[in-house]
Ligand binder design. Structure first.
Ligand SMILES: [Zn+2]
Length: 270
């Protein structure tokens, strides 16, 4: 992805959108990661909640899979030279796939007590890592794919197991053979490198301002927590650890607690 094509957003407001979606339709759609720039020193808020603004005016926010039809950005220029300006924008609704899986043995979806305790602990750890609000600027420097592969699962699918609606699929899957090198999608810092119950061997990288990338089901972790990484730097080998039906990379991208569609933010696969 190149950041050399910044476009001014609608209405002549001082927002410059960066990233893959900037020049395309759907910069503001459900599941989008919106990356942009305002005049350095500006203050910015999304629906009244302050957003972190980088030294060069960099900002980012995510729009939830189930986000409502509109949102509002408010920018307050530096130094009190001008009044705050608001941009109301429509959030495009997307159609999500429905994936029905039937005939599963009930025991397969209900872990035992010991596993449940472990799962709770891991959930808390992942939530703490995803809540980190660091000043890193990797999110504004462009993303690369973690690896090439066949897309075997898309973001947002509603999963129905034995007739019961479960959590949507909050990432995208690339079917790759065990041992495929995986690279960080952008510059950042490794905040988690551990073996989890569902995700298997897992890496999370903080790219700043709440943006996190997640690489699951790895066969081997090749980085450690606290390590600084560059875009494309090898951090793991893919695998089939955790709860999987076959070898693949489950890749997740989030802005704090909001999972976004990686395929809308990363360069195209293939
Ligand atoms: Zn997946």
């Amino acid at each position: 992805m190149s950041l050399s094509l910044p476009r001014r957003a609608a209405l002549g407001l001082p927002f410059i959108l960066l990233g893959r979606r900037a020049a395309a339709q759907g910069a503001y759609s459900q599941g989008a990661l919106v990356i942009g720039r305002v005049a350095p020193g500006s203050r910015l808020a999304l629906d009244g909640k302050p957003l972190r603004v980088g030294p060069g005016g960099e900002y980012v926010f995510g729009l939830d899979r189930d986000h409502g039809p509109s949102a509002t950005l408010t920018v307050t220029p530096p130094g009190g030279r001008a009044a705050s300006q608001q941009q109301h924008f429509e959030v495009l609704k997307r159609q999500w796939k429905v994936q029905r899986i039937g005939g599963l043995p009930p025991g397969q979806v209900t872990p035992d007590a010991a596993a449940l305790e472990r799962i709770q602990r891991e959930r808390a750890k992942l939530a703490a890592v995803r809540a980190i609000d660091s000043p890193l600027l990797g999110f504004a420097q462009g993303f690369v794919l973690p690896t090439q592969g066949r897309v075997s699962g898309v973001f947002g699918s509603q999963r129905i197991l034995n007739g019961e609606p479960r959590m949507p699929h909050y990432g995208f899957d690339l079917a790759v053979p065990v041992g495929t090198p995986l690279g960080a999608i952008g510059a950042g810092r490794v905040t988690l490198a551990e073996h989890f119950f569902f995700f298997g061997k897992l890496v999370v990288v903080d790219h700043g301002h709440g943006v996190n990338s997640l690489y699951a089901h790895c066969n081997e972790l090749q980085c450690r927590e606290g390590q600084t990484v560059q875009a494309g730097e090898q951090i793991a080998l893919s695998g089939a650890t955790g709860r999987v039906t076959g070898p693949h990379l489950h890749f997740g991208l989030s802005w704090f607690t909001t999972w976004v569609d990686p395929q809308a933010a990363l360069p195209p696969v293939g």
